[in-house]
Design a protein around this ligand. Structure first.
Ligand code: TNX
Length: 493
């Protein structure tokens, strides 16, 4: 039990400021107390105790009484979502103004503990934390990850596992892609066939009850919230709708149900743009989903509606977008939709491979906020190299350095720093069937995207990032994460 404490210079994402305090370490013991000086830290503190329990075997007491040998959660004068973390020989102090700030401090503290802290069983380790002062806050409010549960379905427990992996890198939004040609994944009580029929298929030959009940969805939302993460549900429209159209005849212009679709083509389906029933359907979905989604956003897709003529697409969005607002939510859409509105409320998510898009630039000029998900940078489903077994390559092959080496604040022509809401890494699952597949595609590109969303531009440095990333692998090994051993990274495990 002579392990040294981890270095405070190996954090991902890189904090704004890190000042190591040489020769000072704090050692966690069974008597360490988690002290709450602010109620705002209630959930983050509970989360910390939960994270520490399996590997340390300590059931640390959470108390409001001041104590020595403590991890103290206190209020502070920090930026939104920011925190200050002080580790000295006598204790740990976290200061933040919001629960989000406290959650972010917990994510940092985990990375300051020995890698074995991530183990599921008790480890014979001295729980040393290096002396350090950290001042930190995010560059952007939106650090997102999208998971496609339509092309292949992932169970609630598998989604929870992904949520845990995301939270470690301060990702604060989980975008769930819940409907597409291959499947409808959320129970809608007023349209039960969506899941009875549309929820039975996915890409390939497997069939099953591939959907979440509303109760399961609410539980996922709560699980994410308890880790500082907001769920953004997406129902893709007016294209990517074959699953709905195979469930109900009246959602088709010819009033005939479509066959279920289990291939991986995109762009062939379209709702019936000129039928009122289409908008009754959409309104029912939006109403039911808004009622069980505490977060501010509802994503309406809008991508690749290749068989919907432009005029129809615009007519559709002109009726669909106000429905999102009617139920109190802010719409997000893939960037194609932005040409249909001058309203600056809806948020645009850019996915293309270009670095210029006149519609997005015009919207940004009006004040629209932009989420950046350039496919050739942060689409986690692209192959790393020509030889990568999993993944697609329509946007090219995307190595770790490609995911990291770009600047969200100056990437898209006409979209300045202050219009960028953040960075989101989508994981489409045409080729990913298991949690191990998700891990292989997400690690290590997800941490790269997370760092771009969090860390100040001044800290951007590929060699330094690669070194810090290489050090993280020790943690992934303890967790059994199936990561891609990119030759670009000096792995330390
Ligand atoms: C494009 S880009 C899609 C998805 C596919 C993905 C595969 C965008 C918003 N849509 O329907 O799953 O490519 O990489």
């Amino acid at each position: 039990m002579t392990e040294t404490a981890p270095s405070p210079q190996e954090l991902v994402p890189q904090p704004v400021q890190v000042h190591p305090i040489p020769n000072a370490t704090f050692t966690l013991t069974p008597d360490t107390k988690i002290v709450l000086a602010t109620e705002a830290a209630h959930h983050p503190a509970a989360r910390l105790a939960e994270v520490l329990r399996p590997s340390t075997g300590y059931d640390l007491e959470i108390t409001t009484e001041p104590s020595s040998n403590a991890i103290l959660f206190d209020t502070g004068e920090t930026a939104e979502e920011g925190y200050e973390l002080d580790v000295t020989a006598t204790g740990v102090t976290i200061r933040a103004t919001t629960p989000a700030g406290h959650f972010n401090a917990v994510a940092t503290l985990r990375q300051l503990l020995p890698p074995e802290v991530e183990a599921k069983s008790e480890q014979p380790v001295e729980w040393r934390i290096p002396g350090v002062r950290i001042e930190d806050h995010p560059r952007y409010p939106h650090r997102g990850a999208m998971l496609d549960v339509t092309r292949h379905f992932f169970t609630p427990d598998q989604v929870k596992n992904y949520i845990d992996q995301l939270a470690a890198f301060k990702i604060n939004h989980l975008h769930l892609h819940l409907s597409d040609d291959q499947g409808w994944r959320l129970e809608i009580k007023s349209w039960p066939q969506l899941t009875n029929i549309g929820g039975r298929t996915e890409v390939g030959t497997r069939t099953g009850d591939f959907f979440y009940t509303q109760a399961e969805y609410k539980d996922l939302v709560e699980y994410a919230r308890a880790r500082g993460m907001t769920v953004i549900p997406e129902f893709d429209m007016p294209g990517h709708t074959n699953a709905a159209q195979s469930s109900y005849a009246n959602l088709n212009a010819d009033n005939t149900r479509r066959d279920p679709y289990t291939g991986i083509e995109v762009g062939f389906s379209s709702l019936a743009i000129h039928e009122d029933i289409t908008y009754e359907f959409i309104e029912d979905v939006i109403r039911e989903v808004a009622a069980i989604t505490p977060g501010p956003y509802l994503h309406i897709g809008g991508d690749e509606a290749l068989t919907t003529p432009d005029a129809d697409y615009e007519a559709f969005m002109t009726r669909a977008l106000p429905l999102v607002e009617k139920y109190g939510k802010t719409a997000i859409g893939w960037h194609e939709f932005i040409k249909t509105t001058t309203d600056t409320g809806p948020v645009v998510q850019f996915w293309n491979q270009t670095t210029a898009d006149e519609n997005v630039a015009a919207a940004a000029k009006r004040g629209t906020r932009v989420i950046l998900s350039p496919a050739n940078r942060v689409y986690l489903d692209m192959k790393y190299t020509e030889d990568t077994e999993l993944g697609l390559k329509w946007a090219g092959v995307v190595e770790v350095r490609d995911s990291y080496d770009w600047d969200p604040g100056s990437y898209l022509e006409g979209v300045p720093e202050d219009r960028v809401l953040g960075v989101e890494a989508p994981l489409w699952t045409e080729t990913a069937e298991t949690p191990a597949d998700l891990e292989f595609l997400a690690f290590p590109r997800l941490p790269a995207a997370a760092e771009l969303g969090w860390s100040p531009r001044a800290t951007h440095d590929w060699d330094d990032f690669a070194r810090r990333l290489g050090a993280q692998a020790r943690r992934w090994k303890v967790q059994g994460i199936n990561y891609y051993r990119s030759p670009q990274v000096p792995w330390q495990d």
